[in-house]
Each structure stands twice: as C-alpha cells, then as structure tokens.
Design a binder for this molecule. Structure first.
Ligand code: 13P
Ligand code: SF4
Length: 303
C-alpha cells in the first residue's frame, strides 16, 4: 500500500465521521481532484456549497472560494487546509480603496469578480465569476459599470457587452504569463487544434482563441466530439482533469509556467490534518457576510 493510499483511506473514514464534503477547484493537484466529491470552477463550487447537506465543507482551493462557501452556508464549518492559500488578484483590491472609487463614480453599480474578499463583495452590487460575467453585466440596466478587480476579464466583458466598464488595475500573475507568442508557436505546431483561453488572459491572447471560457467551460468544450486536440491557455492543474475525462484526446498547455502557487499549497496531508483538528476554518463577521451574500445571491439568480 503506497503512502497516498493510506492517506486516502484515513481521509475517507474521517470524511464519513465528520459528515464532510470535499470540494476541489479545477486547478488543484491531480491527487486532490481524485479524492474530491466534486471538482469544478468557481461558480459550480459555490453552487455546490450552497446546496450541500454536509456539516463540513473541506475547500480545496484558495481563500476567496472558501469564504464564498461560508457566505452562502454560514451554518456549516468551512475548512481551508492551508490558510496561506490566497489569491494574488483578490489582494489587489480592498474595501477601503473601493469605497474611495465609488465616491468618484456616484450611481455607477459595482460588479465584483468572485476573486475578491468578503469585504469587497459587501461593497458591491453584484458578484460574477468567469463563466457568467457577461450575463451578469448584461443583466444590469446601467450602461456604465465599475468592474473590480480583474482588468482583463473586465476588458473581455466590455468587448462582449458594448458597455462602458471602469476597470480596476488588478490581474492574475499566473494568467499574465501567457503571451500571444506562446499561442502562435503552438498553432503552427498543431494546426488542427482548438485554442481555448481563460478570460483572465490578456486581450491580445483572447484575440487568438477559438473560445474564451471559464475552467468549467473548458471541461465542457473538450467533450465535443469534433475536438481532438486542444491548446489550453490557463493554469496547468486543469490538464489533469481534461486528460482523465478524455483519454483519447490531446491537451497541450500554452505555458507550463502558468502555475498558481497558492492552489498547490493544498496537499493530502493538510486535508487530513484539517479534518482531524477541524481547523483552519474560514468565517466572515455577520454584518459583512449579509451584505456580501446579497451580491453573491444576486449573481446566482442571474445564472
Ligand atoms: P474559474 O471560475 O474559471 O474556475 O476561475 C477561477 C480562477 O481563479 C481562475 O484563475
Ligand atoms: Fe488567483 Fe490567479 Fe491563482 Fe486564480 S490562478 S486563484 S486568479 S492567483
């Protein structure tokens, strides 16, 4: 019996004892995706968190994802196996700075990307994820919107909706590593391949893609029978699931350096320890949670 299989057995028995569900993001290391009850993108994970009947949610992802799970399910214990698993982009906007910007733009609604803190969500009118950002912005009657914190997702949404978006200067350092030349080189090498990229990529990268979609969107895109080869412009962790679910197909990462170090902080050992100790847990003060919940639930009504 290898070390991982002993760990997996212990996790499984503790999961039953605690009445826990393990949710994992598509960027998690393969061995974690393999033990999870559900693997998905940010929207799918928040929908799971909202409807699960488990007492404990073990969130294998980054802090804002666990926080969103708590915002939606405050009666549950939400465990994040490593508290250092943050999101560089989410840290690029604070509630204080957002309040200043809101004063400069009176009457302009705020749409916040889910990659943001609970405090920022509490200052926002509605939340969005990469899979529903266009729909969320279209659902608002206003033509002018303040969009935080991802400038590249914001630019993509503006191009799709024709609305005027005031962009916050945030970005994801992992996706910023993906450059047009990476895609152009691979297109030459694999002329039959479809190109999919995440909307956190630069607009010059989006312009070269067949589809600009969330990680969940990429999983569905790959299932189409006509897709045999796919050039994948996002974080490396998704390759595991794409390959596992489509064994006969070829998935070519655009940039093997596109790795989110925060996502990789989660390990099988840490999952076991957090279920043993029932910590670290994630929570949000009730006054902030209620206001953040409005923004997240408003989004869930749109999709
Ligand atoms: P998805 O919602 O598309 O999975 O994206 C989350 C994320 O953090 C991308 O960097
Ligand atoms: Fe945040 Fe980028 Fe990591 Fe996604 S890939 S969690 S946006 S740092």
């Amino acid at each position: 019996m290898d070390n991982n299989s002993a760990l997996r057995d212990k996790i499984q028995s503790l999961k039953n004892k605690r009445k826990a569900v393990i949710l994992a993001h598509n960027y998690q290391p393969g061995e974690i995706q393999d033990i999870a009850d559900f693997v998905g993108d940010s929207l799918e994970l928040s929908q799971q968190a909202a409807k699960t009947e488990a007492d404990v949610i073990v969130f294998c992802g980054v802090h804002f994802m666990a926080e969103t799970a708590f915002i939606l399910s405050p009666q549950k214990t939400v465990l994040l196996p490593d508290t250092h698993a943050g999101c560089f982009m989410a840290d690029m906007v604070t509630a204080e700075k957002l309040r200043v910007k809101k004063k400069e733009l009176p009457g302009v609604p705020v749409v916040c990307y889910v990659n943001s803190s609970a405090e920022v969500k509490a200052e926002s009118d509605i939340c969005c994820t990469s899979s529903n950002a266009v729909k969320v912005v279209e659902s608002l009657p206003q033509q002018e919107i303040l969009f935080v914190p991802d400038q590249y997702l914001g630019q993509w949404v503006a191009s799709q909706t024709g609305k005027k978006l005031h962009l916050w200067p945030g970005f994801c350092p992992t996706h910023a590593r993906i450059l047009p030349r990476h895609i152009l080189e691979l297109k030459q090498k694999y002329p039959q391949a479809k190109v999919v990229v995440h909307p956190e990529c630069r607009p010059e990268v989006d312009a070269l893609a067949d589809a600009v979609i969330s990680t969940g969107g990429m999983i569905r895109y790959a299932q189409q029978p006509q897709v045999r080869q796919m050039i994948v412009g996002t974080e490396m962790g998704i390759i595991h699931r794409l390959q596992k679910e489509n064994p006969g197909k070829e998935f070519i990462p655009v940039c093997p350096q596109a790795v989110c170090v925060n996502m990789k902080l989660i390990t099988l050992e840490k999952i076991l320890w957090c279920m043993e100790d029932m910590r670290p847990s994630v929570s949000v003060p009730e006054e902030i949670r209620l206001r953040a919940q409005n923004a997240v639930e408003r989004m869930l009504e749109v999709v």
